[in-house]
Design a protein around this ligand. Structure first.
Ligand SMILES: *Cc1c(COP(=O)(O)O)cnc(C)c1O
Length: 409
């Protein structure tokens, strides 16, 4: 065991900051009332939820009544997509209300091929149910090109969902242009902004999106709480049936402490964004530059500059990412690779395949995502331990042996 642990996997989750934790604690132990009740500790809880809603609305340029709290980013993504298509189906069933033929037949929906599974798998399910789905390709940097979306739009397209920034390769999409295209053709536009929140300015009016997802644990808030922005007037069905919470659209007693934590964390992330990004970009750019200099046969995955401030994703040819993660862990570094190891399969990530990496190269990918707790010394240490690990794995690699013999593969 290494004596220190350096966490370089902030895209997976972050620690709750001390300031956020302190704001949450009273809502677990003192103001524990059910916000729907009438006595004073309940009124305090209700007020905290509504203050949090106002803070989140302010941070996103939304109205307070357009913010809905959820149990996760995944839930918010599911709600946005299922709620939108179900509202269209509802319009179709309501023939008596005079839904137009166009409204009735909107069975085409669009997403990108590099979405998080919380979006992608919902589209796959809807496809099985008979929806026509277009999975937009991306370019070699992971960008969805606006002209590609334009060409895919049809008269029966009801929904477009494209993530603001990718969780694996960090590519930041031109959401404003993409949303304008969807809107001009009468479709709703949703963006999964879970990775972008706190890292890039998000103003729902400026972006022109109809729905936007965030999740607290990606920006130093607690796990198990997210939020969905739904533009006032957008036709999106309720998601969880039951009580009247969240304007009767998402039932369930509110996670008051979690909601307080989400709002406090988002407020801090937005207030400190410029300083934080400056620090993270310096760590990111140094790590990319020196890794590429010190380790031959390495490629940068993602966009050279349209990328999240904390994201490094590099592919080391001829090696296998999972072994690299284990060796890094033994040296006390927590990172992530390009395989879908979470699903128990060894398939390379759909994102790396979508940007055109061959399977073998995708397998040798390493994702490092820095956070506010990382320092220049952490990067020094990374640069000390990573090159010998890659070298050691290449020495054992038959692919590398072939390459050395033939000078190519
Ligand atoms: C983490 C993540 C999610 C899921 O959020 P949870 O709150 O963990 O469910 C969705 N989309 C992206 C891009 C993510 O990074």
């Amino acid at each position: 065991m290494a004596e220190r642990f350096i966490y370089m996997d902030h895209a997976a989750t972050t620690a709750v900051s001390t300031g956020v934790f302190e704001k949450m604690a009273p809502y677990l132990t003192q103001h524990y009332g059910n916000p729907s009740s009438v006595y004073s500790i309940a009124r305090e809880a209700r007020r905290a939820v509504e203050d949090a809603r106002a803070e989140v609305a302010g941070a996103l340029g939304a109205q307070q009544n357009e913010i809905y709290f959820t149990g996760s980013g995944s839930e918010a993504d599911n709600w946005a997509i299922k709620g939108a298509v179900s509202a269209v189906a509802g319009a179709s069933a309501a023939k008596a209300s005079g839904a137009s033929a166009n409204e009735r037949n909107k069975r085409h929906i669009i997403t990108s091929s590099i979405e998080h599974h919380a979006v992608l798998d919902v589209f796959k399910m809807l496809e099985k149910q008979g929806f026509r789905v277009t999975y937009l390709p991306v370019d070699e940097h992971g960008l969805v090109r606006p002209e590609v979306l334009s060409a895919a739009m049809r008269d029966d397209t009801s929904l477009v969902s494209i993530m603001a920034a990718n969780n694996e390769i960090g590519t930041v999409q031109p959401i404003k242009e993409l949303a304008a295209i969807a809107k001009s053709r009468g479709a709703l536009f949703h963006t999964d902004a879970v990775q972008a929140a706190g890292a890039a300015p998000l103003d729902v009016e400026d972006l022109g999106v109809d729905m936007l997802t965030i999740s607290a644990h990606k920006f130093y808030g607690p796990k198990g709480v997210g939020a969905l922005y739904i533009r006032s007037g957008a036709k999106v069905d309720r998601f969880i049936h039951g009580g009247a919470q969240e304007r009767a659209r998402r039932a369930g007693t509110e996670n008051v402490a979690g909601i307080v934590g989400l709002a406090a964390a988002l407020g801090a992330a937005v207030a400190d964004m410029d300083n934080n990004n400056k620090k993270l970009i310096a760590l990111r750019d140094r790590a990319i530059r020196e890794i590429m200099e010190r380790i031959p046969h390495t490629v940068l995955n993602g966009h050279p500059d349209r990328r999240l401030p904390n994201n490094v994703n590099v592919a080391f040819r001829f090696i296998e990412g999972e072994s690299m993660l284990l060796l890094l862990d033994m040296k006390g570094i927590g990172a992530s690779s390009g395989s879908a190891c979470t699903s128990g399969s060894l398939d390379p990530s759909h994102v790396l395949l979508a940007i055109g990496l061959p399977h073998e190269t995708a397998h040798g990918s390493l994702r490092l995502t820095f956070g506010l707790d990382n320092t220049d010394e952490d990067v020094d240490y990374l640069l000390e331990v990573l090159p010998p690990i890659v070298e050691r794995l290449r020495d054992m690699s038959p692919l590398y042996e072939d390459f050395i013999k033939k000078g190519s593969v």
